[in-house]
Write a protein that binds this ligand. Structure first.
Ligand code: TYD
Length: 134
């Protein structure tokens, strides 16, 4: 089974400014079906707080910093994202929450699926039950 992990991205350092990029199936293990981003987060707010049945995702802090707490139903791991040349891969079936957003932070999320509310598990008890039966 795949696990959440930090993936380092290519970084072309240049006196004119640095450049990084992501190619599907090369730097991340899925086809990108959707891209969304989270921005203008007021201090102290929390995003996420759910799991996905099918969606895999890759999250990059394009600007600023935030933490992603990933929970497999037993163990919680916190990943701090604060550079645009690496990101966090999260397989399907993990509860995850995004928090501690810095001012002007920008989170981009690459998703393996189109948006589908049916793919969300928004209740933590349902998540624990889902882990038993999947
Ligand atoms: P949601 O994923 O619940 O936000 P978060 O996990 O950060 O708290 O998304 C909030 C709302 O935005 C959701 O109710 C529907 C809408 N939405 C879309 O329509 N398409 C998308 O790709 C996403 C991510 C959200």
């Amino acid at each position: 089974m795949q696990k959440p992990e930090i993936i380092n991205l290519p970084k072309f350092e240049d006196p004119r400014g640095n450049l990084s990029f992501i190619e599907e199936f090369k730097h991340i293990p899925f086809k990108i079906e959707r891209v969304y981003w989270i921005y203008d987060v007021p201090g102290g707010q929390v995003r996420g707080g759910h799991a996905f049945k099918k969606q895999q995702e890759f999250i990059v802090a394009l600007s600023g910093s935030f933490d992603v707490v990933v929970d497999d139903g037993t163990i919680k791991q916190t990943f701090s994202l604060n550079r645009s040349y690496y990101g966090l891969y999260i397989p399907a079936g993990y509860w995850r929450q995004m928090q501690n957003f810095s001012t002007n932070s920008l989170a981009v999320v690459l998703s393996s699926t189109h948006y589908s509310e049916e793919d969300y598990i928004r209740d933590y008890k349902n998540f624990l039950e889902y882990l038993q039966v999947r």
